[in-house]
Design a protein around this ligand. Structure first.
Ligand code: SF4
Length: 218
């Protein structure tokens, strides 16, 4: 009979394997192949993920597996855009009527406007798949949705290709990209590599009173 510990270990190993399988879509060994998701998020994060990755915590692993499970149920279309020696790879969730490229994003709360990094990514899908229009669908865990349509945009595409080139060059030169402050940082596993953090020494419990007390004492 399996003990609690063995059972937990088996389940965690299964999740680890599923998570590793997900990551094969990014060809980490080849700096000339950049996935658009790497260029749309944070290039520093993408660099660390390829060169010096930290393990993923269980909560993040589960949330990635859940959103991937939803994606697997869709048709999933792969594509690639060649820009000289650089290949920009994409994975779209589906193409409707051979015309509209659709990408789902699972979010805790529905946004008022689409996030720029999601737009950059979907726009890259339009170019790689040779389509004109796309649909970005946000979905919460309890099934609420909101949609935004986007049309192929050259400027946005130039920006993601530029970011992909920067990442590709820095990977070849073994140079870590600069910090890109964004809303991603606070929950990023590389936070402590990017931002120095010192715990404030214990005081009265009232930080402002402590600060003003120090100023008065001068
Ligand atoms: S903490 Fe921010 S800048 Fe640093 S790797 Fe993560 S997302 Fe990028």
């Amino acid at each position: 009979m399996l003990g609690d510990r063995n059972l937990r270990e088996i389940i965690e190993k299964t999740f680890d394997r599923l998570y590793q399988d997900l990551n094969v879509k990014v060809d980490r060994a080849n700096p000339d192949r950049i996935h658009a998701i790497e260029a749309a998020l944070c290039t520093r994060l993408a660099y660390y993920e390829r060169r010096d990755p930290l393990p993923v915590d269980n909560a993040t692993k589960m949330s990635i597996l859940l959103s991937h499970g939803m994606r697997k149920a869709l048709s999933n279309v792969r594509g690639e855009y060649k820009a000289d020696s650089l290949a920009l790879q994409v994975d779209a969730d589906m193409v409707i009527a051979d015309e509209f490229v659709v990408r789902f994003e699972v979010v805790p709360e529905l946004p008022e406007v689409p996030h720029p990094r999601h737009m950059l990514y979907l726009n890259a899908c339009l170019f790689a798949l040779g389509k004109q229009d796309g649909m970005l669908i946000y979905m919460t865990g309890d099934g609420k949705t909101t949609e935004f349509s986007i049309t192929r945009n050259n400027k946005m595409f130039e920006e993601i290709v530029r970011r992909a080139r920067v990442l590709s060059t820095l990977l070849k030169e073994n140079k870590v990209p600069i910090v890109e402050p964004s809303d991603l940082c606070t929950s990023c596993k590389y936070y402590s590599r990017c931002y120095a953090r010192e715990k404030v020494k214990e005081g009265s419990g009232d930080l402002l009173a402590d600060l003003f007390g120090k100023l008065k004492a001068k």
